[in-house]
Design a protein around this ligand. Structure first.
Ligand SMILES: NC(=O)c1ccc[n+]([C@@H]2O[C@H](COP(=O)([O-])OP(=O)(O)OC[C@H]3O[C@@H](n4cnc5c(N)ncnc54)[C@H](OP(=O)(O)O)[C@@H]3O)[C@@H](O)[C@H]2O)c1
Length: 351
């Protein structure tokens, strides 16, 4: 009886749908859940619990967050949503594999800042060991560079990352927004210490594949998995915007040119690509978002689409458990090439 009651009090184990992917020591679902677009003014918003529950229900066990999302709010929110779903954050089978990030901002002095930030993130997530700890971007914020006073601390941060790994604060370590040169350098730096680079998280989608191609290729050579952020190009590739349904203000300010064009370099917008996405989706009995995310999976990346609620999460995670065929992938890429622009969203230039 006691054992039975104890079992009832244990967090539920997650069931990973479809094949799943190795990410260092982790085994994650083919598609994860991004947390950036959840309401960050509140540590316990129902939308976060609903999105995570829907994702878990669809076989997802991988969530991406960052200390920078709401200055710790997103990490606490992730912990709370996991508790609401009755699952434990951890590295084991049946646990929620959470990735978070260290922000290399100019006032952080070096290696010790990474270790300290990692400890704080672990505390906010309620774990001893963070499943995947990433450096958010290269040390490119150099406020005094105009005066010739830039001092990059990338290597010091890598040393900090190595210490997080060696001290057991992070089970796996990784980077984000690293291009071919930087990913090669950090891979080599960590390899000298027998530490594997678990992944590189970059902007990658059907609408941002050319600008990322050299990085994706280099990651494949190094056997470093790519995690795809903006896999839905902020909603464009979910098919929700067209001439009759424009993004609302203030998103409209940056998105209008992608949707209907009318600005130099953006032709008639992405509508011809959307037509092709809708054609493939209808033929497959899938949604446009599912087709776009499945394209990322077919390219070997692990997309982490952001969702604002349970309905979006459940739609997005329906991209798992099936595959577009080669002809569909080629047709989508031809349609993406034909529109003649990509969706950068003012992101990082990969170096
Ligand atoms: N490492 C980095 O530097 C970095 C940078 C950016 C993001 N990230 C990570 O990557 C994740 C994904 O990026 P993201 O969330 O910014 O962009 P995204 O996944 O490309 O787009 C998410 C947005 O698309 C719309 N959407 C999502 N699912 C939908 C569906 N099924 N139907 C209709 N619309 C849908 C929503 O737009 P609305 O909000 O307009 O409703 C949602 O906020 C983030 O959550 C974050 O974890 C990392």
């Amino acid at each position: 009886m006691e054992a039975f009651l104890f079992a009832l009090l244990q967090p539920a184990a997650l069931v990973v749908q479809s094949g799943g992917r190795s990410l260092g020591t982790l085994k994650v679902s083919d598609v994860g859940l991004g947390t950036l677009n959840l309401p960050l003014g509140d540590e316990k918003p129902p939308a976060a619990a609903e999105a995570l529950a829907a994702a878990i229900g669809a076989g997802c066990n991988f969530v991406d967050t960052a200390e920078a999302y709401g200055f710790g709010v997103s990490e606490r929110q992730t912990r709370w949503a996991a508790e609401q779903a009755g699952v434990k954050i951890g590295c084991g089978k049946g646990e929620l594999q959470v990735a978070t990030k260290f922000a290399p901002v100019p006032w952080r002095p070096g290696a010790e800042s990474v270790v300290e930030a990692c400890r704080q993130s672990a505390e906010r997530l309620g774990v001893k060991t963070i499943p995947l700890y990433q450096i958010h971007f290269p040390d490119i914020i150099q406020p005094f560079s105009a005066l010739g006073l830039s001092r990059r601390k990338d290597e010091e941060y890598w040393m900090g990352l190595a210490r997080c790994y060696e001290e057991g604060l992070a089970a796996n370590v990784a980077v984000c927004n690293y291009g071919p040169t930087m990913v090669t350098r950090v891979h080599e730096f960590l390899a000298k210490r027998n530490i594997p680079l678990a992944s590189n998280q970059i902007n990658f989608s059907l609408l941002y594949r050319k600008a990322s191609a050299a990085t994706v290729e280099r990651c494949a050579e190094l056997d470093v998995p790519v995690i795809a952020y903006f896999p839905l190009a902020n909603g464009l590739l979910a098919g929700r915007y067209d001439a009759d349904s424009m993004p609302r203000f203030p998103k409209s300010l940056t998105m209008k040119k992608y949707v209907v064009g009318g600005t130099e370099g953006y032709g008639a917008g992405y509508l011809p690509l959307l037509t092709e996405l809708r054609r493939v989706a209808a033929a497959r009995g899938k949604t446009v978002a599912q087709v776009s995310l499945n394209w990322c999976v077919c390219k070997g990346a692990i997309p982490i689409p952001g969702a604002r609620d349970g309905a979006m999460a459940s739609d997005n995670l329906g991209s798992m458990g099936w595959r577009l065929d080669d002809a569909e992938v080629r047709a989508l890429e031809r349609a993406a090439d034909a529109i003649g622009f990509e969706f950068s969203s003012g992101g990082f230039k990969l170096e």
